[in-house]
Ligand binder design. Structure first.
Ligand SMILES: Cc1cc2nc3c(=O)[nH]c(=O)nc-3n(C[C@H](O)[C@H](O)[C@H](O)COP(=O)(O)O)c2cc1C
Length: 345
């Protein structure tokens, strides 16, 4: 046991990263049941879906789990008159999957306040956040309810800001990680610190346990993270390829076959910088040069990504994966968990 496992009431300091839009109850529950901390990403979920997921998680495991929300940064666009222009730029991709060019929706993402009301009802052991510093009111409310709050940093300065806000632990996520670069103090392009330099410098700068994330795929990565001073490890890509994951077959196959240098950082799919495979959708959108701001682009690409997933087409999905994709071992969450556990001190 360690300060981190004691804090959360878990057996092993191994965290399943949340996957906004791609989390599954089966995977989160499997990691919690194995003795780690399963996380479920709530990006795009309204209160009703969050309550349903909470019930499903409770039915699947009695162990602690984390829910994850994206904090508003203030530069999110609302649906406006530019919507049709943004949508039209992607018309060929909608046509390819047999979808209409989508009309302007009422909103692109559900508001945070409604998400949080539902999170409090679910009462997870942990609420983790990305894209900012949780407000004093949010930290106080979490603590009043006995919910631990975890922030996410891509730089030392972000970690210091999170520490000052009173979070209980900090995920230090290196640029090797899959998915969005969750920077909030400087542009993501100026916050590309790797896990190796980031973790020890964050450990030195903050007073709370640090969870290392990004590019950790097997026991060697886990051992290295602890040698750097981390109190826990968060893994995404290696778990995303398992049987319990919600990733499509094409996405899993992409993870299993990706070399270390195959992923790129791109704004093409969501309007924010994220790491994934440069498939045809990314290449065509980047080449066309018309990328709507977040979250408009994310909402719009979702209108062809979902049918593409159902049609088994990897070329038109977001194939988020990190630089350690090839290190992932195991068909099941338990197998990946056992491999990672072997690197614990
Ligand atoms: C498909 C996908 C979606 C993700 N969505 C989120 C998210 O909503 N919130 C978050 O904190 N992290 C998110 N992440 C990051 C992971 O939780 C994790 O920190 C990251 O994958 C770790 O790096 P690794 O992939 O190299 O293991 C996402 C990652 C992937 C692959």
């Amino acid at each position: 046991m360690s300060a981190f496992t004691d804090l959360l009431g878990i057996d092993a300091p191994l965290v399943l990263g949340p996957f906004g839009g791609l989390s599954s109850v089966a995977l989160a529950a499997a990691v919690s049941e194995a003795g780690g901390l399963g996380s479920f990403g709530l990006y795009g979920y309204d209160g009703e879906r969050i309550r349903r997921v909470g019930e499903e998680l409770r039915a699947a495991t009695a162990r602690p789990f984390a829910l994850n929300v994206w904090l508003p940064t203030g530069d999110e666009v609302e649906p406006g008159p530019e919507h049709d222009r943004y949508a039209q730029a992607l018309a060929p991709l909608f046509a390819e999957v047999g979808a209409d060019v989508p009309p302007r929706p009422e909103r692109y993402v559900p508001p945070l306040a409604g998400q949080l009301d539902a999170v409090w009802e679910v009462a997870p052991a942990v609420l983790s956040t990305v894209f900012g510093v949780p407000s004093a009111a949010l930290v106080a409310e979490a603590h009043r309810r006995g919910v631990r709050i975890v922030g996410t940093a891509t730089t030392v300065a972000e970690a210091v800001a999170l520490d000052a806000a009173g979070v209980d632990a900090i995920v230090a996520t290196g640029a090797e990680a899959a998915g969005h670069r969750v920077s909030f103090l400087k542009p993501a392009e100026e916050s590309l610190v790797g896990t190796f330099p980031l973790v020890p410098q964050v450990v030195d700068a903050v007073s709370v346990p640090v969870i290392a994330a990004g590019g950790i795929g097997d026991r060697r990565g886990v051992a290295a993270a602890f040698a750097l001073g981390a109190s826990a490890v968060q893994v995404g890509t290696a778990f995303l390829a398992t049987r319990e994951s919600a990733a499509t077959a094409a996405h899993r196959a992409a993870i299993r076959s990706a070399a270390a240098e195959d992923s790129v950082l791109t704004r093409a799919m969501s309007g924010r910088l994220a790491r994934g495979l440069r498939n045809r959708a990314v290449a065509e959108i980047e080449d066309a040069g018309a990328i709507a701001p977040f979250p408009a682009q994310n909402w719009l690409t979702g209108r062809f990504r979902t049918p593409a997933g159902a049609q088994g087409r990897g070329d038109l999905q977001s194939l988020w994966l990190g630089q350690a994709a090839a290190l992932g071992r195991g068909e099941t969450a338990a197998e990946v968990f056992a491999e990672l556990s072997a690197g614990l001190p």
